[in-house]
Design a protein around this ligand. Structure first.
Ligand code: ATP
Ligand code: MG
Length: 433
């Protein structure tokens, strides 16, 4: 036997048990986005490399060391597996003039790729749902995007996800803060780690996003961007906070929240849990008013966020709010040639009527098939032998109710009988409450 191959490190298979939770998660997400009027957009996984270097910023973790970049051997094009979705979404909005004359509320979901050190909640292929709004300048859309998060956590049955908020102001305000920041870090240059020293003059704000615990105290004492904001930026920030307060959504202002990408301005936010260890941010976003123009489009205000699906699924599992796995309604047991031909017809007929049917395949005794029927979780077994096949009949067995006799029925009576049982069960369980 040749040696079996394995998946690339940090890139996971999502097996059926878990994939079922993903499906339910995705269903909830779709309904939730629809309830806010966001439209789906589907984007390529591979984009030209310069899109990311221009959008995310040269001196960021992502562009410096996390991108899966390669040269297309057929035409020499520099390409990258997308590390995030906003850049591609903005490219598409510009390319197709989506925000030229109207506002847009968009969302997408899919895999993202970053060459990080794999650990719990941090993978090299991971998945995001991204939500972006274009053409809205005021704080109302920032607030809407944040409110949406709170509703999704409730829809998913998740508790204890806390909101952190900051304002990064506008480029001029950042320039002033930057000067103060450089002066501060220059005074403490001996305490800076290697990354921080390298970024001291190229991108000092990035130092505040350091994941190095040894840098935390130093960062905590650094000049705060919020103290450099002018009246307009403060008014925008106050506008966001007002809506959140009206909606009763608690938040903490975290002056050190800067985000790992360079394109943000004004509002930035993160939703954080303490139940996932070090990888506690499940959703992050903010305003990025300069990005559309920076990527060659007309100036267009914009705002959005992305959530990490793996981290949310982990939280769903951790909190025990994972939804029950759906089982088929019917497991179809059959033995003999005539029986098997009838079984296919019956299975299709029941599916026509809306039942989920698992048709036994692969033969075997009635006994072994019945065992499979039981462990499938199906509510009913429909059993067809050649005797039944000869008369166009089938046995109906209720697998979930004790003491109910097996019934022999004409095949076109099966659906009606099952519905009766189901209504009965519903009635009884309602009565018990
Ligand atoms: P972190 O600070 O955890 O590295 P980030 O700021 O790099 O996150 P964003 O680029 O804002 O993350 O992505 C939004 C969300 O995507 C994160 O809040 C997180 O939930 C998820 N995410 C980011 N990187 C990964 C990864 N490597 N594996 C799993 N999920 C991730
Ligand atoms: Mg990161």
């Amino acid at each position: 036997m040749s040696q079996a191959l394995q998946a690339v490190r940090g890139m996971n298979d999502i097996l059926p048990d878990e994939a079922n939770i993903w499906e339910l998660f995705e269903g909830t997400v779709r309904d939730w986005l629809q309830s806010y009027g966001y439209q789906p957009i589907r984007l390529p996984i591979v984009e030209p490399t310069p899109l990311f270097t221009r959008a995310i910023g040269e001196v960021t973790d992502i562009v410096e060391k996390e991108m899966y970049s390669f040269v297309d051997s057929l035409n020499g094009e520099a390409l990258t597996l997308r590390p995030e979705g906003t850049a591609g979404c903005v490219r598409a909005v510009i390319e197709h003039h989506l925000a030229a004359r109207q506002t847009q509320r968009l969302w997408y979901s899919g895999p993202m790729f970053r060459h990080e050190r794999p650990q719990k909640g941090r993978y090299r292929q991971f998945h995001q749902v991204g939500v972006e709004a274009f053409g809205f300048a005021g704080p109302d859309i920032d607030a809407e995007l944040i409110l949406m998060g709170a509703r999704l956590w409730a829809d998913l049955g998740l508790e204890g996800i806390e909101l952190q908020l900051n304002s990064l102001g506008q480029p001029v305000e950042r320039a002033q803060h930057r000067a103060a920041l450089i002066a501060y870090f220059e005074e403490h240059v001996e305490a800076l780690d290697e990354d921080a020293r390298r970024r001291l003059h190229s991108n000092p704000l990035r130092i505040l996003d350091s994941k190095n615990p040894a840098m935390q105290a130093l960062c905590a004492g650094a000049p705060r961007l919020i103290d450099h904001l002018g009246a307009e930026s403060l008014a925008h920030f106050a506008g966001v906070q007002r809506v959140l307060k009206d909606a009763g959504i608690p938040f903490t202002i975290n002056p050190r929240l800067v985000r790992g990408l360079d394109y943000y301005n004004l509002t930035v936010f993160e939703w954080v849990t303490d139940k996932l260890g070090a990888q506690g941010t499940v959703c992050a976003g903010g305003r990025y008013d300069g990005l559309v123009e920076q990527l060659g489009g007309k100036p267009t205000p914009a705002c959005g966020f992305a959530m990490g699906i793996e981290r949310l699924i982990a939280l769903i599992k951790e909190s025990g709010s994972e939804p029950a796995m759906s089982a088929p309604n019917v497991y179809l047991v059959h033995q003999g040639e005539a029986a098997s031909r009838l079984a296919f017809r019956v299975a299709e007929g029941l599916r026509d009527q809306g039942f989920d049917v698992l048709l036994h395949c692969g033969g075997g005794s009635f006994k072994s098939q019945m065992k499979k029927a039981d462990s499938s979780g199906a509510a009913f077994a429909v059993i067809i032998g050649d005797d039944e096949a000869a008369t166009g009949e089938a046995q109906l067995k209720n697998l979930r109710q004790e003491g109910v006799a097996q019934q022999k029925l004409k095949v076109d009576e099966l659906a009606g009988a099952m519905i009766e049982y189901l209504m009965d069960t519903e009635f009884n369980s309602d009565g018990e409450e």
